[in-house]
Design a protein around this ligand. Structure first.
Ligand code: F6P
Length: 552
């Protein structure tokens, strides 16, 4: 149901389905749909060089997409008619574009240079950002040098980050991605699940006297994180002779909620703050990245921030036709809304990026998994696709079969680096040859004639045919560094933004996770109760609760 006036929000564009470019794209789609990439390449030999864009050290080849130059023109026109430019400016200015929560969306301020100014409610937030960065730096240096001692005087050797969602996925992904640059004398663990196994396995072989817990939670009320944090505190205090004073040396917090942090027993001197204008899934470069800084050191962390910043500036200023996040966002819209693609596969050919697809799942799906527009009316087009993926080449021996020969269209993002971080014989050339081979096979396939010419018996031919015409982007950079990681993450952040602006959805709230949380709070006492609770759910839920109570 559309509401006539959403407080604080004035629609800046026509409803999507009425925009001229959208209607033109619908017609244009009918022309492009039957065309094969093989033909598009044959008719246009320069396509592979022309349909590329390069900025801030990232090269994007988008030529193996089912598009023509006209498609790109129309998509850019759609972005313009959608007011993308003014939306981008509004975000960078600190306007409260997360209007359902009345918040600014300023992850870009987390990497703004010292001395610059971005105002939220009249306050320059960049100065606050740098004050926290300085505090993180000082703390990281103390822990890494051994100057920070545990309760019994031993230096810290193990760091356990407790958090979930954006307070876990970013830290885990960055830790894995930047392992090459990490301090090898420190052990890092990440605990997110309320399943006790997560904490039990993480702590099993750790000496509490050498272990520091970072409790990372924007709200400091999240069920999973607080449950794990309390259990970790009990484990730590017990192992350190029952002395509650030990908490001060073994627990620090990353949060926006000083009152809850204090209630938990952590001195706010050991709290690293951030702000309500940083969304959880956009927070890996805030204090939520404390574990990252501890792992790779402040200098590398700052060079990651520099990478983020360079991509921010590119997104903010580059013309749409050369703007990497805009192009990627628009291509996503092309497949989601015109080809009806349901998913996007992200395929990093870099083992260190093994958690990158999982990280992107929250970034993209929590952001754009929405079905009402700014004015509260229901969309009549598809929004955020499902993101998934695994590193290559491992995935090739698992799910690529379906991408090549299944019935679904799955646009793929291949991510590769020219230089390996662990050069080993011929490995890297083989790895990268596989990237190129996969995108080539997906685009061009193999015809029945080609299969027959190989001497394949007729009955087997259909099974060995590759239709081709399966789209992909290839993202190529020189080497995975902290700086490049920042650029890659910002690339996807801003491509999510681009899509949200065009779909006219709020990419920055996440009301869809609330209901389950509320219902769980109701069910917890029912499953824990010593006496038979009276249950008021549906018959399935009631039955499952009774069965669980009997079996537990
Ligand atoms: O799952 C919903 C969510 O609010 C995410 O957006 C967020 O990243 C996660 O929970 C963790 O929240 P917090 O950092 O407040 O513990």
């Amino acid at each position: 149901m559309a509401t006539s006036a959403t407080p604080g929000y004035t629609p800046k564009a026509e409803p999507l389905a009425k925009r001229k470019a959208w209607l033109d794209l619908q017609n244009h789609y009918q022309e492009v749909r039957p065309q094969h990439l093989k033909k598009l390449f044959a008719e246009d030999p320069q396509r592979g060089e022309r349909m590329t864009a390069e900025a801030v050290g990232i090269f994007l080849d988008y030529s193996k997409n089912r598009i023509t130059d006209r498609t790109v023109q129309l998509l850019i026109q759609l972005a313009e008619e959608s007011g993308l430019r003014s939306n981008i400016d509004a975000m960078f200015r600190g306007e409260k574009i997360n209007f359902t929560e009345k918040r600014a969306v300023l992850h870009v301020a987390l990497r703004a240079p010292r001395g610059t100014s971005i105002l939220v409610d009249g306050q320059n937030v960049v100065a606050d950002v740098h004050a926290v960065l300085d505090k993180m730096t000082e703390f990281s240096n103390r822990v890494r040098s051994g100057a920070w001692k545990g309760h019994s005087g031993k230096r810290i050797r193990n760091i356990v980050n407790i958090g979930i969602g954006g307070s876990d996925l970013g830290p885990v992904m960055a830790y894995e991605a930047l392992k090459h640059y990490r301090e090898r004398d420190l052990t890092f663990r990440f605990v997110s699940n309320v399943d006790g196994t997560d904490l039990a396995e993480a702590a099993r072989d750790l000496d509490a006297a050498e272990t520091l817990f970072i409790v990372s939670s924007k709200t400091f009320t999240t069920l999973e994180t607080m449950t794990n944090a309390h259990s970790a505190r009990a484990w730590s205090v017990a192992a350190l002779g029952g002395d509650e004073q030990s908490v001060a040396k073994h627990f620090v917090a990353v949060s926006t909620n000083a009152a809850e942090v204090t209630k938990f027993g952590i001195d706010t001197a050991n709290m690293f703050g951030f702000w309500d204008w940083v969304g959880g899934r956009y927070s890996m470069d805030s204090a939520i990245g404390l574990s990252t800084m501890l792992a790779i050191g402040p200098d590398h962390f700052r060079s990651m921030l520099h990478g983020f910043r360079e991509m921010d500036e590119h997104f903010h200023t580059a013309p749409f036709a050369q703007n990497l996040p805009v192009l990627m966002g628009l291509l996503g819209i092309w497949y989601t809304d015109f080809f009806g693609a349901q998913t996007v596969a992200v395929l990093p050919y870099e083992q260190y990026l093994k958690r990158f697809p999982a990280y992107l799942q929250q970034l993209t799906m929590e952001s754009n998994g929405k079905q009402v527009t700014f004015d509260g009316s229901k969309v009549n087009y598809a929004t955020g696709p499902i993101y998934w993926g695994e590193p290559g080449t491992s995935g090739q021996h698992s799910f690529y079969q379906l991408i090549h020969q299944g019935t679904r269209l799955i646009p793929c993002d291949f991510i590769a680096f020219a230089q390996p971080l662990n050069p080993l014989g011929r490995h890297h050339d083989m790895l990268i040859a596989n990237v190129f081979a996969q995108t080539e096979a997906l685009a061009f396939g193999k015809t029945p004639e080609q299969v027959k010419d190989e001497g394949t018996p007729d009955w087997l031919v259909p099974h060995r045919v590759f239709q081709g015409n399966r789209p992909s982007n290839t993202i190529l950079a020189t080497r995975l560094t902290p700086e490049i990681l920042g650029k890659l993450v910002a690339l996807y952040e801003h491509s999510v933004f681009t899509q949200g602006a065009i779909w006219q959805i709020n990419s920055f709230d996440q009301w869809g996770v609330e209901l389950g949380k509320v219902l769980a709070q109701r069910i917890i006492p029912e499953v824990e109760s010593r006496t038979e609770p009276s249950l008021g759910h549906d018959s399935s839920t009631n039955n499952l609760i009774r069965r669980y109570r009997k079996l537990k």
